[in-house]
Write a protein that binds this ligand. Sequence first.
Ligand SMILES: [Zn+2]
Length: 443
Amino acid sequence: MIKTNLFWNPVIQTLPREKMQELQMRKFQKILKWAYDNSKFHHSLYKNAGIEPGDIKTFQDIKKVPKVEKSMMRSIQAKDPYPYGDMLCVPLDQVTTYRQTSGTTGQPVYQPDTWQDWEWWSESWAYWLYSQEYRKNDRVFMPFGYNIFVAFWAAHYAAEKIGCEVIPGGVMNTEQRLLKMQELHTSAFLATPTYVLGMADTARNNLGIDPRDLNIKRITVAGEPGGSIPGTRKRMEEAWDAKVFDHVGATEIGAWGGECAFQSGLHVNEAFFLVEIEDVDTGEIINEAGRKGKMVITALDRIAQPCIRFDAKDIIEWNKEQCECGSSFRLLEGGVQGRADDITKVKGVLLSPTSIEEVVRSIPELMDEYEVTVTKRGDIDDISIKVELNPEQESNKEAVHQKLTYQLRLKTNLNFNIKYCAAGSLPRWDVKARRFKDLRKKE
Ligand SMILES: [Zn+2]
């Protein structure tokens, strides 16, 4: 059995590049052998590709290791050992927790973890919270449904691990959560960007509380890309008068990326994860800054259901800058810029839904919500956007309209049909928002 080295060791973040790569290589070889020896799925995957764990000696060799996709995980589950199937690397009696993915399409992926995996989850989250200056004197509110999705569960334990006082705000509505935060003088909370904005609305409109008066110092967001979209971040920071930090993770992967107190972009926890960026067309691994590609990621310490060269389909690129915080964990430019699956062609132009959010949220006269619909008229694609104009800006409507039209055209190369809706009339989302609707018939 692999013993995870659960270090709480700030030194690891400042390892020189070569040392970091040595550590990653050592861990990669170990996890590869672990999966090969203990899971039938991985054993036959690697055998069929003609590789043995001992063949992988350099970073160049890693490319030979076949990638794993979500669809492969779905195809083996609901079989023995039930319900995980033969990707499982430990006896069933060592599994201590079940979670499943929350994606909006397809069958959820089941995720088993051992107790050691669970400690690893909270350890990796703790790195981010600590670097965002969460400390023992913080009182942290967790306004999310504690349920079958992993969401902020590991963050809860990470905050406890650092020594914060943690308040589980599970089965409460938004008003109750806000009142409890006010009553207990909480200093921080964690939520999706959509919910951070929604809570601010509820505080103002339903409770007559200005969220800025709640003295929240820091907010960590995850689950949606908003934390790395400048316009969305600005809205959140202004609504709460607090610093907002982005975090990224996934059920099948772990808590792989986060921002530090300097807010210079997402760091990758390279001591726990190996992130490769693959050119979407050529499959080449991109090591230089400034070139976008698809993330292929390995969780170097996860044992029950290993995540080895997982094809995450997140679009990312390396940042050339080194962070002022002194960490050698590399930075990503603009966080997760989108999903390879979400990037779609409209009128022959590649469109990433995050670029639309960037535009809407950067125009202060517009409210937070919007909705995009793509349809087909005959053979021609049609793209419309519904936005809400802030009622106080009614007299500026023409100027706002020009700005929105121009910015959408500039950022997406598309002309949108723009519709204005009454303030508050578009759907509000608590969890993962679905603001982009593609209603074209799939060929
Ligand atoms: Zn940093």
